[in-house]
Design a binder for this molecule. Structure first.
Ligand code: 1HE
Length: 257
C-alpha cells in the first residue's frame, strides 16, 4: 500500500519517513497507517536507522476522526488490531526509529511516537490524549506503551481530565528523551539516527528486541535472557573488532558531553 500522505527518502543509511498530510494535521487515515506499516516492512537492508517526522505545524493529530464511522464491536476490534500490527512494525521492526516531534502529538499521534525508540521534541510540542473527551479509548497500543513512558497514573489523569503536557513538562515526565529549540527537532533526530546507524547491528537488535522484553520479565528470567543476549552479541566478529580497536588505541574514548 502506498500513500501520497507518506514520503520516504533515503539519506545514506538513514531512512526519513515523513507524514505529508499537513493540511489535515497528519491525521492517520487507514491508508496512512497501512502505508506506515508497508514502509517499515520494506526498508532496504542498507538502512541502519530511521527518522519519522510530520509536515506542517503539527507532528500528528491522531486518528482521522472523519473515518470514525459507525463500526460494530468486531470492526472496532479489527481496526485497533490493524494499528497494533502497523505500529509493531516500527517498534519491533528492522531498525531503530527516532521521532522528531513538534506541535500536536495527540491521540494516535502520541501512540505513534510511543512506538518509536527515541523521541526528540522541540519547544512547540504538546502531548494530549483527547480520546477521553471524545468518548472513545486508545486503540493504537497506547495503553501498553504510554504507561511504560509516563506511568499508569499520569496516563489516567491525561485521559480523565484532558490534561495537556507542554514540551518542557513532556521531557520531565519522560515522553521525550531530548528537548530542543523550536524548528530543530528533525536536525537533532537525524544527527542521532546517523550515530545510531553506526552501532553494531546486533547491539541495536538487542536494544530493540531484548531490552524491552527483559524489562518486563521477572528478575531471574531477565538475568538469564540478558546473559543469552550478551553472549550472542559479544560473539559477533564486529564486536571483537570494535573491542580490539579500543585496546589498540583506535576506538573512541568516552568523553563528557
Ligand atoms: C482532522 C484531525 C483529525 C485535524 N481527524 N481531521 N484527535 C483529536 O481529537 C485531535 C483533533 N485535532 C485537533 O485538536 C486540532 O486539529 C489540532 C490541535 C491537532 C491542530 O489544530 P489547528 O488549529 O492547527 O488545525 P485545525 O484547524 O483544527 O485542523 C485543520 C484541518 O485538519 C481541519 O480540516 P479542514 O478540512 O476544516 O481544514 C480539521 O478538521 C483537520 N483535522 N485533526 C480528522 N484527528 C487508534 S485509536 C486513536 C484514537 C485517536 O487518535 S482519538 C484523537 C483524535
Amino acid at each position: 500500500m502506498t500513500s501520497s500522505d507518506l514520503h520516504i527518502e533515503l539519506r545514506d543509511d538513514v531512512a526519513i519517513i515523513r507524514l505529508t498530510r499537513g493540511a489535515k494535521r497528519n491525521a492517520l487515515s487507514d491508508g496512512l497507517i497501512l502505508a506506515l506499516r508497508d514502509a517499515f516492512q520494506n526498508l532496504p537492508a542498507s538502512v541502519g536507522a530511521a527518522v519519522i517526522d510530520g509536515e506542517g505545524p503539527h507532528f500528528c493529530a491522531g486518528l482521522d476522526l472523519s473515518e470514525l464511522k459507525e463500526r460494530d464491536a468486531g470492526q472496532g476490534l479489527a481496526h485497533s488490531r490493524l494499528w497494533h500490527a502497523a505500529l509493531d512494525c516500527i517498534e519491533k521492526g528492522p531498525v531503530p526509529v527516532i521521532a522528531a516531534l513538534h506541535g500536536a502529538v495527540v491521540g494516535g499521534g502520541l501512540e505513534l511516537a510511543s512506538a518509536c525508540h527515541i523521541r526528540v521534541a522541540d519547544r512547540s510540542t504538546f502531548y494530549a490524549l483527547p480520546e477521553g473527551s471524545r468518548g472513545i479509548f486508545v486503540g493504537g497500543g497506547g495503553s501498553v506503551r504510554i504507561p511504560r513512558l509516563i506511568g499508569v497514573a499520569r496516563m489516567t489523569d491525561m485521559m480523565m481530565t484532558g490534561r495537556v503536557y507542554n514540551a518542557e513538562e513532556g521531557e520531565r515526565v519522560n515522553f521525550a528523551q531530548y528537548l530542543v529549540d523550536e524548528g530543530t527537532a528533525f536536525d537533532k533526530a537525524f544527527e542521532l539516527a546517523k550515530r545510531v546507524a553506526t552501532n553494531a547491528p546486533l547491539t541495536n537488535y538487542a536494544l530493540m528486541h531484548a531490552l524491552p522484553r527483559i524489562a518486563e520479565q521477572p528478575a531471574d528470567h531477565g538475568f538469564f535472557t540478558e546473559a543469552l543476549m550478551s553472549g550472542i552479541v559479544q560473539a559477533a566478529p564486529e564486536a571483537k573488532q570494535r573491542v580490539r580497536d579500543f585496546l589498540e588505541g583506535r576506538g573512541a574514548k568516552v568523553s563528557k558531553g
